[in-house]
Design a protein around this ligand. Structure first.
Ligand SMILES: O=C(CO)[C@@H](O)[C@@H](O)COP(=O)(O)O
Length: 230
């Protein structure tokens, strides 16, 4: 993809685009820090508020080498608007999520080991611990296998998350996609997804799991989303 010279970043969004370039750079550093990716196998994007634009990382660039100037600005059809590098392979899918979900301000994708092992089995992670009720409000669902490169993954993410409170979906045979009100929230969901995937996997080695009662899941989710923290 090359920059579409017919489209540019409007002046009124310039400051926010520059802020998001910096912010996304810092967020991408969180992926290896939390051991959610190997080599270059994950990506994060952010919607530019009030514009039909998003900022996403370039494809296949080492996280250590990423600089704010490397981030690529695309429109919500996934076309490059500004940037000298090819955008992430998952650009069209991120763009689809932003088009379909106006509430979403950030999208993250990882291949974190435990969560991807659940995805490889095509098995949802059952809500058996409070941390899952808090962040995900229930099970973490599985989406169908979809090829990389077009918007198929994005379509499957949106369809699978419909009817779930979970901001995370395990894409079958692939890995984790998360959404959030912000890019930081999407990365947080990816960190939490790997944490619960690991804990629930370990728990199951010792015997059968028992899903939390629905009324407890509801109460925990409500408290964490509306009361917890500052
Ligand atoms: O999942 C895959 C490939 O299996 C890609 O999303 C991942 O490698 C990241 O690709 P990009 O560097 O964002 O193009």
């Amino acid at each position: 993809m090359t920059a579409d010279t017919a489209r540019t970043v409007p002046d009124e969004h310039r400051a926010e685009v520059e802020r998001l370039r910096e912010h996304l750079c810092a967020l991408h550093a969180e992926l290896p820090r939390w051991k959610l990716v190997t080599w270059t196998s994950g990506n994060v994007s952010a919607r530019v508020p009030g514009a039909d634009l998003m900022v996403i990382k370039p494809s296949g660039v080492s996280y250590d080498d990423l600089a704010p100037a490397d981030m690529v600005v695309c429109d919500l059809d996934g076309r490059v608007v500004e940037g000298g590098r090819s955008p992430s392979s998952d650009t069209a899918s991120h763009a689809h999520v932003y088009r379909a979900r106006p509430d979403v301000g950030g999208v993250a994708h990882t291949h974190s080991a435990y969560a991807t092992a659940w995805a490889a089995r095509g098995e949802p992670i059952p809500c058996v611990i409070t941390a899952m009720a808090d962040e995900f409000g229930g099970d973490i669902p599985v989406g169908p296998f979809a090829l990389i490169g077009g918007d198929e993954i994005g379509r499957a993410v949106v369809a699978t998350l419909r009817g779930h409170r979970s901001p995370a979906v395990l894409m079958r045979g692939h890995g984790v996609f998360t959404v959030g009100a912000s890019a930081r929230a999407a990365v947080k969901a990816a960190v939490m997804c790997e944490d619960v995937a690991r804990t629930v996997h370990i728990a199951r080695q010792g015997g059968p799991l028992e899903r939390l009662p629905q009324e407890h899941i509801d109460a925990l989710h409500d408290r964490y989303q509306n009361v917890y923290g500052q």
